[in-house]
Design a protein around this ligand. Sequence first.
Ligand SMILES: [Zn+2]
Length: 114
Amino acid sequence: MHEYSIVSSLIEQCEQHAREQHSTKITRVAIKVGVLSGVEPELLKTAFETFKLEGVCHDAVLEMNIQPLIIACHQCGVTSTLDERTVVCPNCQSTDTRVLDGEDMMLMQLELEQ
Ligand SMILES: [Zn+2]
């Protein structure tokens, strides 16, 4: 499953941070999930709960922040925040747009215990 590989690389990142901070325990993992990232939040959470048991994240709470899609239009210059998965400018209906946010999933914040 797609989410499992995402979670295993997420946990790898967490473990790397923990090593750098000389921590053995992570208490909170905050991530940003873009609506266009292709990640299913419920599946991601399930995968995290399964994977975390083996490492420094075993007591960690996963906090997901859903990032709406933000696009900038090259035609009218308007920047829009969208709830739907579209790249059409709501202001002028142009498809000549650029995605500014909402495409990726990334680690935002970690809370560690020493
Ligand atoms: Zn436009």
